[in-house]
Design a protein around this ligand. Structure first.
Ligand code: ADP
Length: 252
């Protein structure tokens, strides 16, 4: 059995020192796995992703990338974070840089890779997501869906061992959601290791190797997608999934 790329071990996180936003969360991600984290708003999904990337101090427990501990304020954090790609709901592109400059910045400045090599790779990836013609555009000239695809290419160009996606379609108009999800499905088919937080349940079902259902900071269910969506074990998961069925009916 392959060793996990990422291990989360009894993680406890509190913002105020009283309530635990993450309460003893443990799971592991093996190479090529796609873990989808779902759960009601406020249950701790974003906090979890931020902890995986060392963006938050934690009260107890540990996150490990391979054999190394990812810790907020840790001495090797910058180096470790280069190995973890993160894509945010809000794109986080630099407005004053073109698409290509946004993508090339970290691989050339931080990883010190040759510009020509990274540019070739960036252009191939932009072509793959249908955006090569936009390489010299500025973020303000792009739609939300296009910006998010650029953000994904930027993360990929760092050659991360694992990619984290935090509700990357939540700010998009419905017609743009698909183009971003299709890129992620393509990455999954290619065997990329990913942890995805999403409210898109059909997509979750299609892409997940495993679903983690988080409620009140705890992993309440952990199951393959068919099991979770067809036979949720807990009343809380059943109730959560019913809200989506109702949404789908209400939209018709
Ligand atoms: P989700 O992503 O599932 O909606 P979050 O991780 O954003 O949940 O939030 C979990 C809980 O932590 C919520 O109660 C939220 O209000 C709280 N929280 C999130 N970020 C902060 C913060 N920076 N400071 C204080 N509380 C926070």
């Amino acid at each position: 059995m392959a060793e996990p790329i990422l291990t989360v071990d009894h993680l406890v996180k509190s913002y105020d020192g009283k309530t635990n936003v993450l309460d003893n969360v443990s799971f592991a991600v093996k190479p090529g796995e796609v873990i989808v984290v779902v759960g009601p708003s406020g249950c701790g999904k974003s906090t979890l992703l931020r902890c995986l990337n060392g963006l938050e101090p934690v009260q107890a427990g540990r996150v490990k990338l391979g054999s190394e501990t990812v810790a907020y304020g840790g001495r090797n954090l910058a180096a470790l974070r280069q190995r973890i790609g993160m894509v945010f709901q809000s794109y986080e592109l630099f407005p004053h840089l073109t698409v290509l400059e946004n993508i090339l910045l970290a691989p050339t400045k931080v990883q010190k890779r040759p510009r020509a090599e990274v540019q070739q790779e960036a252009e191939a990836l932009l072509d793959r997501v249908g955006l090569l013609a936009k390489k010299n555009s500025y973020p303000r000239e792009l739609s939300g869906g296009q910006k998010q695809r650029v953000a994904i290419v930027r993360a990929l160009c760092m050659h991360p061992e694992i990619l984290l996606f935090d509700e990357v379609t939540a700010a998009l108009d419905p017609e743009m959601v698909r183009e971003v999800l299709d890129v992620m499905l393509d990455l999954a088919r290619e065997g990329k290791t990913m942890v995805i937080v999403t409210h898109e349940m059909q997509f979750a079902r299609a892409i997940a190797s495993r679903v983690l259902f988080l409620d009140d900071g705890r992993i309440v269910e952990e199951a393959p997608p068919a099991d979770f969506f067809d036979h949720p074990q807990t009343e809380r998961a059943q109730r959560f999934l019913r809200t989506f069925t109702f949404d789908a009916v209400a939209k018709q």
